[in-house]
Write a protein that binds this ligand. Structure first.
Ligand code: SAH
Ligand code: SF4
Length: 389
């Protein structure tokens, strides 16, 4: 990103990866090592204010104050689940809000991060999709979710050690439809002077934007999750409308190309289990044939079955546990590593696809969502189709 301090508007330093910050410092006549110092203060120590940066000369701090800010997001609400999951709703202005979810487990702590306010893909089973698309987040707004969560949690837990070990781009939005903001944000996450996360512990989840999967392989290969949800094009066209543009054969080809650059030797396929829609034994058999047989060699993958998290406007219901187990057993018996995602944060609607800002808050977000609900309700009859397909 090209810094423009002379434009009169102060640059938000959260918008820069280390290269961007070095270019910004160069534009101020400052050496690269100053950029590294600044970057470490911001991301490793959570500095919010230039006066905290005691090893920078006062003259430099004054110069920075004149042309730069470190501007995070405003927290509109915070909800903590009985299971330790925490969901923050961030106000991103203009009546929009996005969410980030912290999910602690025994051996890791994952932050689920949003990339857009709303989403243009419009998947049938996704509450964000039902909101429609508002706007792309900036790099700074993507990074700010991690910056805030990491340093807030360190303070809360009374530790200087890293708290968040994994990031998944599985919050609101389609990350590969906000590519130019996404890649610098990923670089901040990976940078040893930033959060120092390994490529294997940063996952981009996509509904299948084929050309951008290829670009990600070149620009910033991290772990890849692909939201499959159906074993054939007819059903996937209905559930994930982007399939009409990039059908399964093209998507799986892109997965195989990605694997040549990926930090892991498999793609995670996500499959949301929808009662009576995509959860029958014949769907499992078709899925096995697809991932085993595609292009004659199949795709090296793991399957992650996600029990559908219902929300009122979807007109869909969660597959019963026994059906999910039977589906998983068919895949496992065929030699495909299959997991069933644990549902976390149920009591605070923090699970996948429930991130629609469905909380009480003091911003205009609540009003806007209420208006969207009205629109969705007007569209409701069409949604019954998904169930029948
Ligand atoms: N847009 C990206 C990433 C965000 S969605 C994508 O679609 O992959 C993250 C995951 O949550 C996706 O696998 C998505 O299919 C899944 N998801 C969306 N709505 C859901 C719901 N209501 N229940 C369960 N999973 C859902
Ligand atoms: Fe967008 Fe992902 Fe939701 Fe589909 S599942 S509407 S791509 S956020």
């Amino acid at each position: 990103m090209t810094p423009a301090p002379e434009s009169g508007r102060r640059a938000n330093l959260l918008d820069f990866d280390l290269e961007g910050l070095a270019a910004f410092c160069a534009s101020l006549g400052e050496k690269r090592f100053r950029a590294t110092q600044l970057f470490r203060w911001i991301h490793q120590r959570g500095a919010r204010d230039f006066d905290q940066m005691t090893d920078l000369a006062k003259s430099l701090r004054d110069k920075l104050k004149a042309c730069a800010t470190i501007e995070g997001l405003t927290v509109a609400s915070r909800q903590a689940s009985a299971d330790g999951t925490i969901k923050w709703l961030f106000d991103v202005g203009g009546g929009n809000a996005v969410e980030a979810v912290y999910i602690p487990e025994d051996d890791r702590a994952t932050l689920c991060v949003s990339s857009q306010a709303g989403c243009a893909v419009g998947c049938r089973f996704c509450s964000t999709g039902h909101q429609g698309f508002s706007r792309n987040l900036t790099t700074g707004e993507i990074v700010a979710q991690l910056w805030y969560a990491e340093h807030h949690l360190r303070e809360q837990l009374g530790t200087r050690d890293r708290v968040i070990s994994n990031v998944v781009m599985m919050g609101m939005g389609e990350p590969l439809q906000n590519y130019s903001a996404l890649v610098p944000a990923l670089r901040v996450m990976l940078d040893d002077h930033g959060y120092g996360l390994s490529r294997r512990r940063v996952t981009v989840s996509t509904s299948g934007v084929v050309p951008m999967i290829d670009r990600l392989a070149q620009d910033c290969p991290v772990a890849l999750a692909v939201s499959l949800h159906a074993p054939g094009d007819a059903l996937r066209d209905n559930l994930v409308p982007l399939n009409r543009k990039y059908p399964l054969a093209e998507l799986l080809d892109a997965c195989n190309r990605y694997l040549q650059h990926a930090p892991r030797d498999f793609i995670t396929f996500e499959y949301c289990m929808l009662d009576g829609v995509n959860d029958q034994p014949e769907h499992a058999r078709e899925l096995i044939a697809l991932v085993r047989g595609h292009g004659g060699r199949g795709v090296n993958c793991k399957l992650n079955l996600i029990p559908f998290n219902p929300f009122p406007q979807s007109g869909l219901t969660r597959s019963p546990h026994s059906r999910v187990a039977a589906f998983a057993a068919l895949l496992s018996d065929a030699g495909i590593v299959t997991t069933v995602r644990k549902t976390r944060g149920d009591d605070i609607a923090a699970a996948c696809g429930q991130l629609a800002g469905d909380v009480q808050d003091r911003t205009r977000v609540g009003e806007r969502i209420a208006r969207q609900r009205t629109v969705i309700l007007k569209r409701a009859p069409a949604q019954a189709e998904a169930k029948e397909s």
